[in-house]
Design a protein around this ligand. Sequence first.
Ligand SMILES: Nc1nc2c(c(=O)[nH]1)N[C@H]1C(S)=C(S)[C@@H](COP(=O)(O)OP(=O)(O)OC[C@H]3O[C@@H](n4cnc5c(N)ncnc54)[C@H](O)[C@@H]3O)O[C@H]1N2
Ligand code: MOO
Length: 409
Amino acid sequence: MIAYEEALKIVLEKTKPLGNEKVFIHQALNRILAEDIHADRDNPPADNSGMDGFAVRHEDIIGASEDNPAALKIIGESKAGDLPPKLEKGAAIPIYTGALIPEGADTIIQKELTKVEGSIVYILKELKKGANIREKGGDYKAGDLLIPKGKRLRPAEIGVLSSVNKATVYVKQIPRVGIITTGDEILDIGENITKESQIRTSNTYSLYTQVLETGAIPTIIGFAKDNPEDIKEKLKWAKNCDVLLTTGGVSVGEYDLVKDFVSKELNVSIHFWKVALKPGKPVAFGTWGEDGEKIFFGIPGNPVASMVVYEILVKPAIKKMMGYQNPENKIFTGILTEDFKRKSADRLEFIRAYVEYKEDNFYVKPFTKQASNMLTSMLNANALVLVDIDIHQIEAGEKVRFIFFDREI
Ligand SMILES: Nc1nc2c(c(=O)[nH]1)N[C@H]1C(S)=C(S)[C@@H](COP(=O)(O)OP(=O)(O)OC[C@H]3O[C@@H](n4cnc5c(N)ncnc54)[C@H](O)[C@@H]3O)O[C@H]1N2
Ligand code: MOO
């Protein structure tokens, strides 16, 4: 059995980012950029006004004040999108935010500091030469690197892509993730329950939506009974996927066939099976495909183990495939609000908790129900607290490390 840290290291070493594809920028939200983005021209492309007001020559307004305004003759107009007229000595040109600075003008006086009477504008205050002028190239210059490849595209990046005239952009591809649910006792939604021993699936749909939340493309391949024919049949359909997830059938039971069958049928090389982890100990990981570019996780059947293994091992791998440069979960520190005790301390445990932010600290309330078959323990949780090997007890007030799996609760 290997340590969780070692398992995560192997997963991230063996998992390779996918190739690139071209998408329309408005469909590129949260995708990872696969090309450097350079400016196509200066921004602003020419000096322009930062205010609505009047374009003047500074020498004409020296000493202007409310008591001693400078009187200038109004000529022409400079609107955003138009080419402005030339500014003569002793004159002022009405100008609007974003409009080009007329030749001869060197200062913009905002409307609030002026008074208009007929064709004369009175300037009520001297501003510094150059006031309210946004300089050509003040934001960036043609050719500047604006967004380096590897960045995740958020609305701000998409806006910049549009402003440099990109309709499409190269991003990393998204993996297709196939899910096979195994177990004789497992029924899909809608199937008739005929025996007490039958269990309605939860893992199929929690995994499906966890994959969606990560931004990848989930597919339910199907439900396989614990027999070779059924498993082989379902595995045939896995060939079109980049990631294969199976749930159930990975521990040591006689019917835990998954690991052996993926090795035989899909030529998966298993890199580890069993991690000193709670919940999720029997998790298996492997690679397959022509160059080992596809990955496989055998996820334990217990519903909490399935969700936790996804968060702490599968999600980082899928994010690596998607091109994320830091695909690991971010670890935070908070203060435990209630004592936590456990009998056996031979595995790193991820315990369900509710984290709240108050008075500059994260406060972490651990839940009492921690059994890995009780999915309801996930319902009010928004975080997983890491309890290290050999730690039997943590007292209220002590600092703990945790990861968020939901920031919205
Ligand atoms: N002798 C040992 N037994 C077990 C060990 C062990 O080391 N030695 N490990 C235990 C741990 S830890 C876990 S976790 C489970 C995982 O076992 P499997 O992955 O083989 O899962 P199953 O046996 O198929 O199912 C376990 C449990 O989960 C329920 N289940 C399965 N699939 C679903 C589903 N899609 N939706 C909801 N619930 C599901 C299933 O009914 C079982 O109750 O093994 C321990 N045993
Ligand atoms: O890993 Mo198992 O989930 O401890 O029950």
